[in-house]
Design a protein around this ligand. Structure first.
Ligand SMILES: [Zn+2]
Length: 234
């Protein structure tokens, strides 16, 4: 099975994970801890144990960087010129801890650009059909999103105190809040990991034996971009 692509990221090499896909050779990734710390590809290179982080950013051409998930939301981002990229692991804990904001801000700093030039794509994650949670998850997200949170939750009539929530929708909302344009947030690969056992690993479905999906992105060679520019000018 080939990894899933999003047309919004077509300028850079990328892929959202499916079963059996291990990512391109030489990819760099942090050790994920459900927080909001950002590292660079250089921080992860040549280390026996990668640093703890849930965002990795990179402006080195063709260096794939990755995050892994099994139900949480993977986000892959690039600047519009493809010169800088980021991969984010966003579960509810990370979202509540500000991981989306940390990732967007780090990419903006690295590329020295504005949110209007970011393109982001949301990959396969547990859908609102399957993501039932209780108060310890609902309360911090309610605080973060305020009244809007109601749009992303549905009560489960048979289980008082438990709601199903749309984690991917909340991630998208967080990206829009940061100024990423609505038409620059892709969801082409945003299928439900728990429903689709043929393609995806799911922690909720498979428990501790669940595998992990590998999601990667790589900045493109700046030389290619400048050649193109020359062509257009000529
Ligand atoms: Zn589902």
């Amino acid at each position: 099975m080939n990894p899933l692509e999003d047309p919004l990221l077509s300028g850079v090499a990328h892929g959202f994970g499916v079963r059996g896909f291990e990512g391109p050779a030489g990819l760099l990734q942090p050790r994920q801890v459900h927080g909001s710390v950002v590292v660079s590809a250089a921080d992860c290179r040549g280390r026996r144990e990668p640093p703890d982080a849930d965002v990795i950013v990179c402006a080195e051409s063709r260096q794939p960087v990755a995050v892994i998930t099994a139900d949480c939301v993977p986000i892959l981002m690039t600047t519009s010129d493809g010169a800088a990229v980021a991969a984010i692991h966003a579960g509810w804990r990370g979202l509540a801890a500000g991981v989306v904001q940390a990732g967007v801000e780090a990419l903006l700093r690295l590329a020295d650009c504005s949110p209007g030039s970011i393109r982001a794509a949301i990959g396969p994650h547990i859908g609102p059909c399957c993501y039932e949670v209780d108060a310890p998850v609902l309360e911090p997200l309610q605080r973060l999103f305020g009244e809007r949170f109601g749009l992303f939750r549905r009560a489960v009539p048979t289980r008082p105190g438990r709601d199903r929530i749309d984690l991917g929708g909340l991630v998208r909302e967080a990206l829009l809040d940061l100024g990423v344009p609505e038409d620059a947030v892709g969801q082409a690969a945003a299928a439900c990991t728990r429903c689709d056992s043929e393609r995806f690993h799911s922690y909720r479905r498979d428990g501790k034996r669940a595998g992990r999906l590998v999601h990667f992105i790589a900045a493109r060679n700046p030389a290619v971009g400048s050649e193109r520019k020359t062509d257009i000018q000529a």
